[in-house]
Design a protein around this ligand. Structure first.
Ligand SMILES: *Cc1c(COP(=O)(O)O)cnc(C)c1O
Length: 497
């Protein structure tokens, strides 16, 4: 399997695509073709553990990776989960929830970020790259912590995370400040997420900083979701969900199902599209947005237009206006036409908008449906799910639940549907308690205990453990001090301090 850029650059191997992350021409790497699944694959998968299905499916894309190494990588990544990595809960006859938050940071990004460091190290070995990798992340919450946990103590890597001092939830802040590992650095930044993100982007482009880091044996890399190594692990749970619904007797092999996906950067739902292209029988992929409903508008009209207000919502990981991974879907819809993609991405840059053709729109709508949930609807669905189904969902999953409910009302579609649950409700305890109309205390662990007592839902180990973990990173810096922090961190590591 080779990898090509959505904007036309020459094809490269999977290992190179994972090391590079993004192509020099600004495009994203996509596989040159989609491996095909058949009935016997599904029969095999039914007998296998998640980690082995993962190694099998990922191995179809990274087919020049050593099978043994890939199996070991999947084993060590998914051994870090508490029980089954992607269990399914039945809500009613037609609705299932796929819980993707049983990993070390209690959000779905763990599925890819526990594996990515291993994929990166295997790739570097294959390409004979000797430099160490310094992962630099600006985070609004979930990604930073998942990157820290994924890369911590992984050989030949280091990870440096900046988060806005005003911006992440109390629990997310504590998760990062108490981060363990000998190759990690965390700092708060005075300012908001945009300030932090802009400063990180500047560091990536600064040649002097790059030279100083090279001097210390490090090369900068990002762990964001445009890297193919983050996308490919997410294909797996779409396929294992299907296998589980067959096992439950909910469907027979060949029957179509729907997936409803709370979306932000469009990575998660794109993985579902890749599963579809591999032959997974999918009726509809339902894209769920919050008040930042740009994806929903795009799927319904074919126009992508970022000239609109940006809202901060209670589902912050979906507060995005430019969904990078959409470019990979556009590439497929255009018949893999790099010229069209270059033109549209150029329009996006200069005018903040582009439009796809009527044919592309109709093709997209054959498979994709879309809706969005207001803040009020999101709150109401959290309370309603607990009351009616005895099932507690987080704010992001609640957006999915609202959009699915509206979809069924509008279409009457009774196809069995899997809603992807992307975070543990405990990560957003304050907002959940508010939605449940429970008086909350200012004390973080008091609130967690309260949520446990009203919902009966077990508190995830990584969250209860936080109570006793020492705080290791209390520093707060200004934007213009971030580069110095990164260089000093690399210096400490290369001195072995
Ligand atoms: C990242 C994230 C999402 C959005 O996923 P995309 O791949 O960016 O579309 C949804 N929910 C949670 C909790 C997340 O962390």
């Amino acid at each position: 399997m080779k990898y090509i850029s959505t904007r036309g650059a020459e094809e490269i191997s999977g290992a190179e695509a994972i090391i590079k992350g993004i192509c020099e021409d600004g495009g994203l790497y996509v596989p040159s073709s989609f491996p095909q699944l058949n009935e016997s694959d599904f029969e095999r998968f039914a007998q296998m553990e998640y980690k082995d299905v993962a190694a099998d499916i990922i191995g179809k894309y990274l087919d020049d990776f050593d099978k043994e190494e890939l199996s070991k990588a999947c084993e060590s990544a998914y051994a870090r989960f508490y029980g089954e990595p992607a269990p399914i809960t039945e809500i009613d006859d037609a609705t299932y929830v796929l819980e993707l938050w049983h990993g070390p940071t209690c959000a779905f990004k763990d599925i890819a970020l526990t594996l990515l460091p291993h994929l990166l190290n295997i790739s570097k070995k294959m390409m004979k790259v000797e430099t160490k990798t310094l992962i630099l992340v600006a985070t609004s919450g979930d990604t930073g912590k998942a990157a820290l946990e994924g890369f911590r103590d992984v050989d030949k890597t280091a990870v440096c995370v900046f988060y806005p001092n005003e911006g992440v939830s109390k629990l997310q802040q504590l998760q990062m400040r108490s981060q363990e590992g000998s190759n990690v650095f965390v700092s708060a930044v005075n300012g908001n997420f945009d300030d932090t993100q802009t400063a990180v982007k500047k560091i990536f482009l600064d040649k002097d900083i790059k030279a100083e880091l090279t001097d210390k044996g490090y090369e900068l890399s990002s762990a964001n979701s445009i890297n193919f190594g983050r996308l490919v692990p997410q294909i797996v749970y779409y396929i294992t969900s299907y296998v589980k619904l067959i096992e439950k007797g909910a469907i027979e092999y060949g029957d179509k199902i729907n997936f409803c996906v709370p979306s932000g950067n469009f990575g998660d739902i794109l993985a579902g599209y890749y599963a579809y292209r591999m032959g997974l029988p999918i009726n509809k992929l339902i894209c769920a947005s919050n008040k930042n409903n740009i994806l929903c508008d795009f799927i319904n009209t074919g126009k992508y237009d970022v000239n609109r207000e940006f809202y901060k919502t209670m589902s912050p990981s979906m507060d995005i206006l430019v969904s990078s991974n959409l470019e990979r879907l556009l590439f497929e819809l255009s018949g893999r036409n790099a010229e069209i993609i270059r033109d549209r991405m150029n329009k996006l840059k200069t005018e903040g908008a582009y439009e796809i053709s009527k044919k592309e729109l109709l093709d997209m709508q054959e498979l994709f449906a879309a809706g969005w949930a207001s803040e009020g609807e999101t709150q109401a669905a959290i309370a309603n799910n607990l009351e009616v189904n005895g099932y507690l969902i987080d704010t992001h999953t609640s957006v999915g639940s609202v959009v699915y409910g509206n979809y069924v009302t509008e279409t009457g579609d009774t196809t069995p549907t899997v809603i992807l649950s992307t975070a543990s409700p405990y990560k957003f305890t304050a907002d959940i308690l508010k939605a449940l109309d429970v008086k909350t205390t200012d004390d973080l662990f008091g609130a967690v205990k309260k949520l446990h007592s009203v919902s009966g839902v077990e508190i995830p180990v990584p969250i209860s453990d936080l109570k006793t973990k020492p705080v290791r990173f209390e520093s707060v810096c200004d934007k213009d001090e971030m580069a110095d922090s990164v260089i000093a961190f690399a210096g400490r590591l290369s001195d072995g301090r």
